[in-house]
Design a protein. Structure first.
Length: 202
């Protein structure tokens, strides 16, 4: 089994975050998304320079899951991110929160508990899916970061076809509050707006 540490991201993480984002973003895209649209989105939004800007922005908070040393457990893949070619110290998940009221009118109508913070990005490597060893602690850290910032709620958008992600978010206290649209390539995708307003319940 692999141990992981959860920590705030710093300027030195920009390149690793860009690599992680490029690796994980396609996993959340609906099946109809073309490879060209995915590549264009990554090239525009997940460059090292972009992450340097995100990390320097006082309104954004980034939290990362970092692989630690392996315990001796007899070998095998326990779903915690081992076996993906990324060794000790590699980033296996990240979350990005953005403070401030929603700019999108549909989101603003759905998110009624203020002040609020957007959970803009929440991704883990594919090898970490299903176990909760990375995503669970990372979500707890993201919620704690929002709480420390004074938020009364956290909201996010998730594609309506991403049943796995929706189940995970609902397990962690989020509930459907409305809908919004997200442009990816030359088409709009339909997203659920999920909100968590009770920070005392997981």
């Amino acid at each position: 089994m692999t141990r992981h540490s959860i920590r705030p991201a710093g300027p030195a993480d920009a390149a690793a975050l860009a690599d992680l984002a490029a690796d994980t973003f396609p996993l959340a895209c609906p099946p109809s998304t073309t490879p060209e649209a995915i590549a264009e989105f990554i090239a525009t939004n997940f460059t090292v320079a972009r992450f340097e800007g995100y990390l320097a922005d006082d309104e954004r908070m980034l939290v990362v899951a970092e692989r630690g040393a392996d315990d001796v457990d007899g070998g095998g893949d326990d779903g915690d991110g081992e076996g993906d070619g990324h060794g000790t110290g590699a980033l296996v998940g990240y979350a990005m929160l953005i403070a401030g009221d929603p700019a999108d009118a549909d989101v603003a109508a759905a998110v009624t508990v203020r002040p609020t913070i957007e959970l803009s990005k929440f991704y883990t490597r594919k090898t970490a899916h299903g176990s909760g060893a990375v995503a669970g602690p990372l979500m707890e850290a993201a919620i704690e970061a929002a709480r420390a910032r004074g938020a009364a709620s956290v909201w996010l958008g998730v594609n309506e076809e991403n049943a796995r992600a929706i189940r995970f978010y609902e397990k962690h206290g989020f509930a459907k509050a409305g809908r919004k649209r997200f442009k990816l390539g030359d088409r709009y995708e339909d997203d659920w707006v999920l909100v968590r307003a009770d920070f005392t319940a997981a």
